[in-house]
Design a binder for this molecule. Structure first.
Ligand code: ZN
Length: 865
């Protein structure tokens, strides 16, 4: 029976990694022992590491153990028992009184330990070379250089405002090389923006997909592409078998395409690459499992700037080609001038070209119909038959479309062909891609009929005019790329001879003038941070859950807990949803971000529960109860720490979990109710610890809450248990209270921590670095690398931008400052430092700014600002 105890845990994050600690009151753990010899050797190796770190004076013993271990690694296993005895004896000699979790819990379960260097990653000899000189086989268009040298003059290009007056010779196209036109009906569905995901689905998306089934059935030459699996899977779950079979038939016939098939069309600026990949896998896996298809063309028309990381992820996940749209208009023009809008997108570090991804960049302002048939939006708008008179939307250029009739088809076809030819002139292949759609299009049956009937008349007319040398039809993205490859006599996705290689990315995006879309880099920062926290928890939960499932050889209750797998899926999908380009970007309505955040909060709770349950399973025999330390009251509240109540009668246990595959030694900070404590590592050895105050304002600290700092070492994918107990003042020689210094003003009359006034500059240091902070400005001035005795001067300033007084202002999307940044001045600066053997920090309080600088002493440089 489980003890009814208070329990506790905490999480600690940095980008891409995760640790947590959990606390339990019971000490009845019975670790699962691995009996194989490999496990035994790993266990010994781990202990050696600990011994090395903690007890350097015992060199002789270590040398003997290492010699034996070396024999073992050469295949001599005779000494295993001898070696184990030696290590065990050594531990006993270290006054080890307490039980401890066996170190095999640190062993990576899934991975071969030899894959990971214990001293760090070994870099290839090429790595530094790449940093120092240009890639010898690198791209012939490099975006960083292009951005730096291109004049952003924004001249008026005429009907194509951001381009030029395109001219062409009709003789370019011949019977042997006709212009191939693929008109691609599409509907861009944002999974949340000015409506929530559910509202959009109910109001629009489900009708779009219902109509799709009906109209693809009705119109045999019609095609359609649709990208967002979050909506598609929701719709699919509500369909009967007959409808599902129809959809599969359309896919088989190549008339329906689900390009990219990500859970969303991911943002490419704010999203962590890991989350970009997760949402791609989630969508693709769902599609393959439920519908049986895998896409190999990608479609990214709305994210606000395009990242080469997406090209890399797509390449590595089997995509052959991709399309992008939102790129700075001057870059589009620059590439279009030399017909370089199609290129092989290469990673800058790639020396072989194996990362090359065939990419099509759309040339004009937008992905709507006025900006996709050709350079003149006034003309293209007349070919958007949703805008026929009497409809809800009209053409802003005030010339409405008219239905295509026998009487007007000749003139209408010629005008449209002129646009197609001009657009084709910007590319090399004489195959032209014409998207036909917009946001949430095709939600009404009429729209399908109007687009289909009118376009089909135009196609029929064009195709019948043999001297026009054009073949126009509805198609998919795949059709386009296939035809291009055939035309260029390469396999789809391969580089045709005269196509450029491009390196770099397409940030920062501007759609016109100086409207730079970098406002969204910082919009709703609270939720951008929450995204990273959920991502870290999700990754950790997936690993912990997998480890527990693998260990669960007896198919226990844990194994049959389907609910946990469902919780994990919900969390993965909620995080995937948040990667949408109107979610993590912060460009959605207030109530929509609340909807996302509620899902993220639920995901956080789910993943914590999974980590907790998995850890419980792996680390105890069922008599212990684990939990995590942080709680959030609501989706918009910051986490609250629970305080571990220490006692001198009973030890409290804290479990640390490292979800990275490499060993880590980090300083952790746990909140406790006593300033004096004894911390023991997994071997029961007392380790160094430090107590820091929990500040309630600049000068006062809590007298019943304290931060307990100590160094935790956890193996790759490992879990370790440390214990903490309350101590009396001065009882533990390895425990220190931080000392407080006030460098400007300030005083403190509380009794716990020593303090003093120190009106000099502050120096913080560890074994490798020493830094200086000015007491006047409260900012970092100097960093000295002690190892090579090099000192660097540093200047830290806080600046701010004003907002323009014009109609268009900085907002969720745009950054429109009123000029250069101005320095933030503060009438006074309050500077306080807190120093201890493990961690020392300076906190400087200025007007609107708190500047924190911390130096940690856990090996390495560890400077946090
Ligand atoms: Zn969108």
């Amino acid at each position: 029976m489980r003890r009814n105890v208070a329990f506790f845990g905490a999480a600690m994050f940095c980008v891409g990694c995760f640790s947590l600690y959990l606390m339990l009151e019971s000490s009845t753990t019975s670790p699962r022992v691995m009996n194989d010899q490999d496990g035994e050797v790993d266990k010994i190796e781990w202990k050696i590491q600990e011994i090395e770190q903690e007890l350097k004076k015992n060199h002789e013993t270590i040398i003997r153990i290492k010699e034996m271990l070396s024999d073992l690694s050469k295949g001599d296993n005779i000494n295993v028992d001898k070696l184990k005895n030696l290590v065990d004896q050594f531990e006993k000699s270290q006054n080890n009184k307490k039980k401890f979790i066996q170190p095999q819990e640190n062993k990576p379960v899934l991975l071969n330990q030899t894959q990971f260097s214990k001293t760090g990653i070994t870099l290839s000899p090429d790595t530094c070379e790449l940093a120092e000189k240009p890639n010898p086989v690198g791209p012939n268009i490099e975006m960083l250089q292009t951005f730096a040298t291109l004049p952003f003059s924004n001249p008026d290009g005429g009907v194509w405002k951001q381009g030029w007056d395109i001219t062409y010779s009709p003789s370019r196209w011949t019977t042997d090389r006709p212009l191939k036109v693929f008109v691609i009906p599409h509907s861009h569905n944002d999974p949340g923006w000015i409506k929530t995901f559910d509202r959009y689905f109910q109001d629009q998306t489900r009708h779009i997909l219902d109509n799709m089934v009906q109209k693809l059935e009705q119109h045999s030459k019609m095609t359609f592409i649709y990208a967002e699996m979050s909506f598609f899977s929701t719709w699919w779950s509500q369909q009967n078998d007959a409808t599902k079979e129809k959809v599969k038939r359309f896919l088989n016939e190549g008339r329906l395409e689900l390009p990219t098939a990500g859970w969303v069309m991911t943002d490419e600026a704010n999203s962590h690459y890991s989350a970009m990949l997760d949402q791609l896998i989630e969508g693709n896996n769902w599609l393959f499992e439920n519908v049986g298809v895998r896409p190999d063309s990608a479609w990214s028309i709305d994210p606000f700037g395009q990242s080469s990381t997406m090209a890399y992820l797509l390449k590595k996940t089997g995509f052959k080609n991709m399309l992008i749209q939102r790129v700075h208009y001057t870059i589009k023009k620059y590439l279009a001038e030399k017909s370089n809008l199609e290129f092989m997108w290469r990673q800058n570090w790639d020396l072989s070209g194996k990362t090359d991804m065939f990419c099509h960049m759309m040339p004009f302002y937008s992905y709507d119909v006025p900006h996709t048939c050709g350079p003149d939006p006034k003309i293209c708008c007349q070919y958007d038959f949703k805008r026929l008179p009497g409809g809800k939307i009209a053409c802003p250029w005030r010339i409405a479309p008219v239905p295509i009739t026998d009487g007007n088809v000749a003139q209408k076809a010629e005008t449209l062909l002129d646009q197609y030819r001009k657009k084709a002139s910007l590319y090399k292949s004489d195959v032209v891609l014409i998207p036909l759609g917009d946001d949430f299009r095709y939600d009404k049956p009429d729209e399908w009929d109007n687009q289909y009937n009118n376009y089909q008349k135009l196609f029929d007319y064009m195709n019948a005019k043999s001297d026009w040398h054009v073949e126009a039809k509805f198609g998919t993205l795949r059709d386009y790329f296939e035809a291009l490859a055939n035309r260029e006599k390469v396999k789809r996705g391969e580089r045709p001879d005269n196509y450029p290689i491009l390196g770099g990315d397409f940030f920062t995006y501007a759609d016109r003038d100086d409207h730079y879309w970098s406002g969204y880099f910082t919009s709703r920062p609270f939720y951008k941070r929450m995204d990273r926290i959920v991502e870290a928890h999700l990754r950790a939960a997936e690993i912990a859950y997998s480890l527990a499932r693998i260990a669960d050889t007896k198919k226990s209750i844990f194994d049959s807990d389907k609910n946990m797998a469902e919780m994990l899926t919900f969390s993965r999908r909620s995080l995937a949803l948040f990667q949408h380009h109107d979610a993590i970007t912060g460009t959605e309505k207030d109530f929509v971000v609340v909807d996302y955040a509620m899902k993220l909060l639920k995901s956080l709770e789910n993943t914590k529960k999974i980590i907790q349950k998995s850890t419980e399973y792996l680390m105890s025999d069922g008599n212990d109860v684990f939990t995590l330390d942080e709680t959030r009251q609501s989706q918009d509240s910051i986490p609250e720490k629970q305080i571990i109540k220490l006692s001198s009668a009973n030890e409290r246990y804290v479990v640390f979990y490292n979800s990275l595959a490499s060993n880590r030694s980090v300083i952790v900070s746990i909140w406790v109710n006593s300033p004096y404590a004894i911390v023991k590592n997994e071997f029961g050895q007392i380790i160094q610890s430090q107590c820091n105050p929990v500040w309630t304002n600049n000068e006062q600290y809590s007298t019943d809450q304290f931060k307990l700092l100590f160094v935790v070492t956890v193996g790759g994918l490992g879990m370790v248990r440390y214990s903490i107990e309350k101590a009396g003042r001065g009882e533990n020689q390895l425990h220190s209270l931080a000392k407080i210094y006030f460098h400007s003003s300030g005083n403190n009359y509380q009794k716990i921590f020593d303090y003093q006034s120190d009106r000099s500059d502050v120096t913080l240091e560890n074994r490798e670095i020493s830094i200086k902070i000015s007491r006047n400005t409260g900012t970092l001035q100097e960093i000295k690398n002690k190892l090579d005795d090099i000192t660097s001067q540093v200047k830290v300033e806080f600046i701010y931008y004003g907002t323009r007084g014009t109609k268009e202002k900085s907002g969720a999307y745009l950054f429109l400052p009123d000029g250069l940044a101005k320095q933030l001045s503060s009438p006074s600066v309050f500077v306080r430092s807190t120093k201890g053997p493990l961690s020392s920090e300076v906190n400087s309080f200025m007007k609107n700014v708190e500047h924190k600088i911390r130096v940690e002493n856990a090996g390495g440089k560890h400077l946090n600002i």
